[in-house]
Ligand binder design. Structure first.
Ligand code: HEC
Length: 167
């Protein structure tokens, strides 16, 4: 009886020590550093991806390039606003995903929108698009939030599932 009890205490002590060691061995600062964007283990938020990857063309607040409605000398379009002031909300999630993944040329229009499929994972692309859509808050067309028709289009053409990352 007392041998059993001693054995149980030893097992418990070892367990507690193991758990403490596991927690204590991991400095919390490693997880809270704000500029850990180079740390691939840490998933980046949509706004971080936007700032580092998209803002240089589409503007820091998604406002698009000045004069985005006039074509460039080569006939191509300038980066349009993604913040809801343009027509981005006409596109279903699946279309938006393909534009970012395959680039403008990849989805069939001669374009300066680059493909990002080698640079961004499926999760990254969805995160950055969800960030873009968050910029549409308060934007309306004929009294209806623009997010509503976009959600409806997306029922028929949603983001691709995890098993088929680039359609
Ligand atoms: C090198 C500049 C450049 C970068 C970087 C860039 N884009 Fe674009 N993007 C464009 C251009 C130019 C177009 C217009 C394409 C066209 O219609 O010919 C465009 C179009 C788009 C469209 C379609 C918009 C619409 O209203 O139809 C989406 C969505 C988009 N970009 C998202 C992104 C996202 C998200 C990123 C970052 C991951 C990004 N872009 C990075 C240049 C860029």
């Amino acid at each position: 009886m007392s041998t059993l009890f001693t054995a149980a205490v030893v097992v418990l002590t070892v367990l507690v020590a193991t758990v403490l060691a596991a927690c204590g061995g991991d400095p919390p600062s490693a997880h809270t550093q704000p500029d850990s964007s180079s740390n691939v283990a840490e998933p980046r938020s949509g706004s971080q991806i936007y700032a580092s990857t998209c803002a240089r063309c589409h503007g820091s607040d998604g406002e698009g390039e000045a004069n985005w409605m006039t074509r460039k000398e080569n006939g191509r379009l300038r980066p349009p606003p993604l913040n809801g002031d343009g027509h981005t909300w006409h596109h279903a999630d699946g279309v938006l995903y393909r534009i970012v993944s395959e680039g403008g040329t990849g989805v069939g229009f001669g374009s300066d929108m680059p493909p990002f499929k080698d640079e961004l994972s499926r999760e990254d692309i969805i995160a950055v698009l969800e960030f873009v859509k968050s910029l549409w808050e308060g934007k309306e067309i004929d009294g209806t939030p623009i997010a509503e028709p976009q959600q409806e289009f997306s029922l028929a053409d949603p983001y691709p599932g995890p098993e088929q990352p680039s359609p």
